[in-house]
Design a protein around this ligand. Structure first.
Ligand code: NAD
Length: 296
């Protein structure tokens, strides 16, 4: 019965995501190594198994929402022999390109379907089922994944062959990290030049400096009232997660031989921000970091 789903990884993202499947009436069983995560999911009405094998019993789909490639590979290897031929592995985690490609190869070798489907939208998007999914995999695999994805997200973007979802995610987030630093630098320079935040915003948001990091997610309080800057930089999108994604982008750039000097510089700056103890704050707090490093 391919309708039965094993969902592994009930953390900040996985817990709200599995909740949508449960409420939609899916036959889904969760599993996590953390007793606290299992307990919280049970309290939320999720059927939680006491082992991965138990979660997989009778399942035709394995969903993973785990920290990194090594966790997904470990779960996949344990699960592969327990899944029937033609079953689907849907990995929603953000992982390195090399592991993502290996997962697709291993799935094909085990006669399983495979989709990499990293998300953007964060915990808020997971809770509201408004995530964007970026997909890599064959058409057959993607169409098998679609009913699940439609329950957990709003925008579903097929990006190409296996690994393309992860590629889209890290290219986008590398661009986002770079553009946010650019916007923060412009505000810090404006402050030194006696130009008001609002004046810079009014000019740049309607001219060639316009970008999402400025117009939607403005890193100084005032011009865009809904941005995390107005809420003491509570995430939002934590700098630690931006650092993870910029690291994955640099690994991929190195392996693929792409020249990405600004991606490297963005990683160095976000790593320094995390090092300074700011990893839990929103990534737009970069403006405070640059201000603090500027001459008094
Ligand atoms: P999390 O740390 O809150 O949850 C991960 C869970 O996986 C934990 O509960 C952990 O116990 C469990 N786990 C680890 N290894 C396991 C194993 N072998 N078997 C079973 N369970 C295992 O992380 P999260 O915030 O939910 O993020 C999950 C993924 O989503 C990451 O790849 C992250 O980069 C990505 N992501 C997160 C966000 C966000 O805002 N949190 C946004 C987009 C993407």
């Amino acid at each position: 019965d391919t309708a039965r789903v094993a969902f592994v990884g009930l953390g900040n993202m996985g817990a709200p995501m599995i909740g949508h499947l449960v409420r939609a009436g899916w036959d889904v069983r969760g599993f996590d190594l953390s007793p606290a995560a299992c307990e919280a999911a049970r309290a939320g009405g999720v059927d939680v198994a006491s082992s991965l094998a138990e979660a997989l019993d009778g399942a035709g789909t394995l969903v993973t929402m785990l920290p990194a490639g090594r966790h997904v590979l470990a779960v996949f290897e344990e699960a592969a022999s327990l899944l029937p031929a033609g079953a689907l592995h849907l990995d929603c985690s953000t992982i390195d390109i090399a592991s993502a490609r290996l997962l697709h190869e291993r799935a094909a070798a085990c006669d399983l379907l495979s989709v990499d489907a990293p998300v953007s939208g964060g915990t808020g998007g997971a809770a509201a089922a408004t995530l964007t999914f970026m997909l890599g995999g064959t058409e057959a695999a993607v169409s098998q994944a679609m009913p699940l994805l439609e329950r957990m997200g709003r925008r579903i973007v097929p990006c190409g062959a296996g690994g393309s979802g992860q590629a889209a995610k890290i290219c986008n987030n590398m661009l986002l990290g770079i553009s946010m630093i650019g916007v923060c630098e412009a505000f810090v320079l404006a402050e030194k030049l006696g130009l008001s935040h609002q004046a810079l915003f009014d000019v740049a948001s309607t001219s060639s400096g316009q970008c999402w990091s400025l117009s939607t997610y403005c890193p100084v309080p005032g011009p865009v009232p809904t941005s995390p800057a107005n809420n003491d930089y509570r995430p939002g999108f934590a700098s630690a997660l931006m650092t993870k994604d910029l690291t994955l982008a640099q690994e991929a750039a190195r392996d693929a031989g792409a020249e990405t000097p600004l991606g490297r510089a963005a990683l160095d700056l976000y790593a320094a921000l995390v090092e300074a103890g700011e990893g839990g704050r929103d990534f737009s707090a970069m403006v405070e970091f640059l201000r603090a490093r500027s001459a008094p």
